[in-house]
Structures are given as structure tokens and as C-alpha cells.
Write a protein that binds this ligand. Sequence first.
Ligand code: NDP
Length: 287
Amino acid sequence: MSARIIDGNALAAQMRTDFTTRAAAMAQQGITPCLAVILVGSDPASQVYVRNKIAACEKSGIKSLKFEYPQDANPADVLGKIAELNADQSVHGILVQLPLPRQFDADAVLEAIHASKDVDGFHAENVGALAQGRPGFIPCTPNGCMEMLKSAGVQVKGAEAVVIGRSNIVGKPMALLLLQAGATVTVCHSQTRDLAEHLRRADIVVAAVGKPRMVTGDMLKPGAVVVDVGINRLDDGKLCGDVDFASASEVASLITPVPGGVGPMTITMLLANTLQSAERQLKARQA
Ligand code: NDP
């Protein structure tokens, strides 16, 4: 079998065209959707992520503000900026790029962002809403994975799904979203005794580990749908996922590539959350 590719770049481009229209419609009504991004330190990967997020905002007609702090920044200064942005009606989303330097309590920083502007979906209020199936901001990466499954017409209801990884950013919210969509979900992690045994039963596999090519074709059920969240940089500078694309695509029915899969969808869902926040403000104003 040769798997069909779920093209994240194509889906992202399609969704972003709609965003541009929505942002323009809101601007006509006096609201310019705006995302504020806070970057602390000089981590090269974080700088690239922030640059890409800001460029994506600009292309979709979403205003962006960038606030940069040095590696030795005082957490009080960053918390002060967050308080200021929380109070600013013209800002609809606030994002603090992770990881933060050691002197920061990352949880406290994320909790300081008002839940109504928490477009990353990491605030406890939004996490709780997701767990209870109530409306709130959904973390961008797992939300992007769900959009990819939807776009490919994957039947999630009733499927056996295995999520590899249990981080707050990807694994846990991914498992909740699949559960809500009607899948029977197993979450595997570093203490899982026999990963391959779980994978062999899975109709849907989401790999979010951070280990290059650890999921190989022989571990998969024939016809499985494979979503590869992992982004790993190899010694030759190339990127690869957590799934061994060559062997997995011989067994799977659908697969997401790395790069060009989940990555572009993560940024797309950030834009979606920012627009959702701005539209909420517009609705409240019209009520
Ligand atoms: P974390 O390091 O926070 O979590 C990794 C998870 O993998 C942990 O739950 C860990 O288990 C589990 N794990 C580690 N080793 C194994 C193993 N041998 N078998 C099974 N599970 C294992 O990573 P993130 O969730 O933040 O990110 C995961 C990957 O996704 C990374 O490559 C990251 O770069 C990428 N990523 C990609 C994004 C995108 O836009 N495409 C966005 C965010 C992340 P335990 O909890 O027991 O330690």
C-alpha cells in the first residue's frame, strides 16, 4: 500500500484565504484582529517560530505586536506587559513563546494571560473547558491535527486511536479532542510497556514524542491513518518527524509529512483562534 498524503501546506493555504476575508470584513466594522507575541531570550528555534507566526498574521490581515526581552529579563517586567495587554481592547490574542528562561515560572506566566485572550489554549480555564467539552480556545497543534483528519474525511467516531506523548501542549489535548470526536483513545508515553502492541490495534496514530523516526511501518496496522507531530532536526540539518515516513507510508492509508504537515496547521489554528477572539469582541459590541 502507498499512503495518500495529507498536505498541511495546501490545507493551511485554503483556510488562510478564508481568514483574510474574515479579517477584512471585521476591519470594515472597525476591529482589526491583533495578536501580541512576547519573546524572551535568544533561543534560535523560538526566534524562527515567532518570525513565522508574525509573517502568517501579516499575510492574513491580522495585526501583530512583538515584545522582546533579553535572556536575563525580570519576570515582573513580562508579567507587567501581560497585564497591560490584557487590559488593551485592541489586542485579541496574547502568546508567550515557550520555552522561557530558568528564572521564569512558565505556568504562572501562562496563567497571567486572560483566558479570553489565551489563543494558545494553555490557560487552566481553557484546558478545563476542553476537558469538560465546553467552548474555549483549543491548543493549536492538536486542533490542527483534527482539522487535517476532517479534511481527509477520516472517520474518527468509533476508531481506535493511539496518541504517543502526553504533554500539555500536544498529547493530552489531542487525546481529549479524539475522545470528544468519538474515538476510543489510548495514550502512550515513555513508561508504556509495549508501544508496538498498542499501535498494531490503532486505526489512527498521532505521534508527538520528539524522537526521530521512532514509529516504523512494521509497528502499524495496515491502512492506519498516521499524523506525525514530531519535528526533529537531524545532523545533516534536515527535518524529520517521529514517524519513519518511508516504511510507514507503505503500510498506512493516509499520512502527514514532515515538513509540510502539522507544522503549517499549528500556525493556521493560531490565526483561527485570534480571529475567533476578535469576532467575539465584535459580537459583544453589537449585542
Ligand atoms: P514533550 O517532550 O513535552 O513530550 C514528549 C512525550 O513523548 C512525553 O509525554 C514522553 O513521555 C513521550 N515519550 C518520550 N519517549 C517516548 C517513548 N520512547 N515512547 C513513547 N513515548 C515517549 O514534547 P511535545 O509534546 O512538546 O512535542 C513532541 C514533538 O512534537 C516534538 O518533536 C516537538 O518538536 C513537536 N511539536 C511540533 C509542533 C508542530 O507544530 N508540528 C508543535 C509542538 C511540538 P513522558 O511523559 O513519560 O516523559
